[in-house]
Design a protein around this ligand. Sequence first.
Ligand SMILES: [Zn+2]
Length: 265
Amino acid sequence: MLTGLIAFILGASIGSFLNVSADRLPAGRSVISPRSHCDNCGRKLSALEMVPVASYLWLRGRCRNCRAKVPRRVVVVEAGTGLIFTGLYLGYGFGLEFVVLAGYASLFLLLAVIDLEHGLILNKLTYPAALASLALAPFWPDLGIPRSFMGGDTAWPLLLGALAGGFLFLLPFFLIALFNSNAMGWGDVKMAGVIGLAAGFPMVLVAMMVSFVSGGMVAVILLLARRKGRKEAIPFGPFLAAGGIVALVWGQPLIDWYLGLYPPV
Ligand SMILES: [Zn+2]
């Protein structure tokens, strides 16, 4: 119980940092300095005003000085990251698996928020994440997360499995962006590649299924609800993020379940 609460507080604090990053990274500003301040009146926030979730609720979502509204996204991301971390703790305990999965979940969440607000998927996030995922690929079993590719679970098969996953997820987005870059940007191509590298084959199939189905459903709902004359591209980052998180956390059990339903002949 207490450690579950610690996981939530840890996640909410990381969420708080994700909020600052989502505000500053698209503008090319530093995520470390200056200290957090009110965007409206510029007053620096005191320690009491920077407690994740609690400060927002206590101040009812407004600046203590000028009463300007704090964006609702702040508390949604803090609480959301807190819940994800709590879930990961309940599933894995605090260990290397937790660190890696929490790291990926935080990255995917940040990419999703920035895409939702700016329609951008930043290279300065996807490029390092791609490199880190390649470097990590051979070590998944050492982290306590068993993986294999083509029957092998040593370094080379695992690296190939990651590359196969990245290629498979990237390909449809690459083709769409190639023929119609208004429908899908190159950022989506790179983010899909990162998720594929992280999930590897066959778990990438879970990420693809979740992204395409959730994205497709929301697109249909928005098309039906769309008022005349409005035409906006739907940012795909949040659906990729959802697919990535589901694949990394529940990918193997979902695949085992599916193969149990339809055993290969
Ligand atoms: Zn203010």
